[in-house]
Design a protein around this ligand. Structure first.
Ligand SMILES: Cc1cc2nc3c(=O)[nH]c(=O)nc-3n(C[C@H](O)[C@H](O)[C@H](O)COP(=O)(O)OP(=O)(O)OC[C@H]3O[C@@H](n4cnc5c(N)ncnc54)[C@H](O)[C@@H]3O)c2cc1C
Length: 370
């Protein structure tokens, strides 16, 4: 039996969950997710950071537009705060002058070395030319956010179906018929929130791909000396995003900030790059890392121009793209989900989001033709 609904969202990561939460206010919504855990892929592997100064202009606008949601989520969304103070410190060496100038333009504040060492006591500042701080950077409780969106969707009547891999998508009359390993659904609208598999899903539906490229990013968790109060440290980033480390559950996450193009897959860490990042961390702090607690890899997925792809496909009726969120899909999810619900309903981008400079042209799937 094929179940009818208004919209089928493919993918239950942060994109699909947040879109489902917004869409289900007015539409009978079904979210289908291949894994038994909706956060299994990129969403569960992020650095969990909210940085309004990060990314291309369209991303900064979306992040800022979502700030109010993060600071003041709807009633019943969650019991504790979604954001916690963190700060992001950029460390710059000789040759990084342009990065320093760019960071100042974005509002990062110069931090005297002495102050930088007060915040991160083992930081070696000899050999650095500058340290700058972005106090607006915060930690996101990603699990709380993701669960909040899924709960909100279910409360509004959405079905969230896990272990449901989409295997076929067909246009029949005015409907998409979506066949999964857990059943069939049909709806006039499909939202493609399949992350690294967004172009694969388009292929199943007979839509042209957008060139969404998954790029692997690796990370390791390292134990630290007991007398290091790491949870009070900011995220520390090499200028030009050469590597970074940030506190996570009393330990430090270290990442080479790699962006290696790969096929969509269940990602794992690149051990060589992890070793290089650990070396940079050791040179930066003087601390010798003797073991890693864990390593992981995740996929950050980009359209060719680096902007997300959000809107109806101009060539495939009722096929809506919500893809290419890059390394910013968590922080942009509140704004992008509202943009999605508005565009699916045939409305304009809500005024309070457009006011931050979010426009449909820079997100439009039609730009693949340009
Ligand atoms: C190391 C790392 C650090 C990051 N740090 C940050 C950060 O600090 N801040 C930030 O905002 N962002 C960060 N990101 C980016 C962020 O994690 C992603 O942009 C975001 O998680 C993308 O969400 P998504 O829902 O599109 O993708 P996913 O979470 O991957 O969800 C897509 C879902 O679609 C499902 N799917 C695919 N194919 C099918 C199918 N055929 N049938 C059914 N379901 C299917 C998959 O199983 C998957 O669950 C980081 C990413 C990485 C890897």
């Amino acid at each position: 039996m094929t179940n009818s609904c208004d919209v089928i969202v493919i993918g239950g990561g942060i994109a699909g969950a947040s879109a489902g939460a917004e869409l289900s206010r007015d539409l009978k919504t079904v979210i289908v997710e291949r894994e038994d855990q909706p956060g299994y892929h990129s969403t569960g592997r992020s650095a969990a950071t909210f940085v309004p100064s990060y990314g291309p202009p369209a991303i900064m606008a979306l992040t800022r537009a979502g700030g109010a949601f993060f600071r003041n989520p709807p009633d019943g969304f969650c019991d504790t705060a979604l954001l916690a103070p963190r700060g992001e410190m950029m460390i710059a060496g000789p040759g990084d002058e342009q990065h320093v100038a760019d960071a100042r333009k974005l509002g990062l504040r110069d931090l005297p070395f002495e102050e930088a060492r007060r915040r991160v006591p083992p930081l070696r500042t000899d050999g650095l030319i500058a340290t700058l701080i972005d106090e607006a950077a915060q930690d996101i409780d990603v699990d709380l956010l993701h669960r909040g969106f899924l709960r909100q969707a279910r409360r509004k009547g959405a079905d969230v179906v896990t272990s449901a891999e989409v295997v076929m998508i067909e246009r029949q009359g005015g409907n998409w018929r979506v066949e999964t390993t857990a059943g069939h659904w049909q709806a006039p609208v499909v939202v493609n929130a399949a992350g690294a598999w967004a172009d694969v899903i388009a292929g199943l539906a007979g839509a042209r791909p957008q060139g969404i490229t998954p790029k692997r990013r690796s990370a390791a968790l390292i134990p630290v000396p007991e007398d290091w109060d790491v949870m009070s440290w900011p995220l520390v980033l090499g200028a030009g995003e050469t590597f970074y480390f940030k506190p996570m559950g009393g330990k430090l996450m270290v990442s080479p900030a790699d962006a290696t193009p790969v096929e969509p897959h269940d990602a794992w860490a690149d051990d060589m790059l992890i070793a290089e990042a650990i070396e940079k961390f050791q040179n930066t702090t003087g601390f010798e890392v003797t073991r890693l607690d864990s390593t992981w890899g995740g996929l950050r997925c980009f359209a060719p121009d680096g902007n997300p792809v959000v809107g109806f496909d101009p060539e495939a009726d009722g096929f809506f793209w919500l893809a290419g969120q890059g390394g910013y899909g968590i922080q942009t999810s509140p704004a992008l989900s509202r943009v999605t619900a508005a565009l699916v309903a045939g409305a304009e981008i809500p005024e309070e989001i457009a006011a931050f400079g979010v426009d449909r042209v820079s997100l439009s799937p039609a730009r693949r033709h340009g």
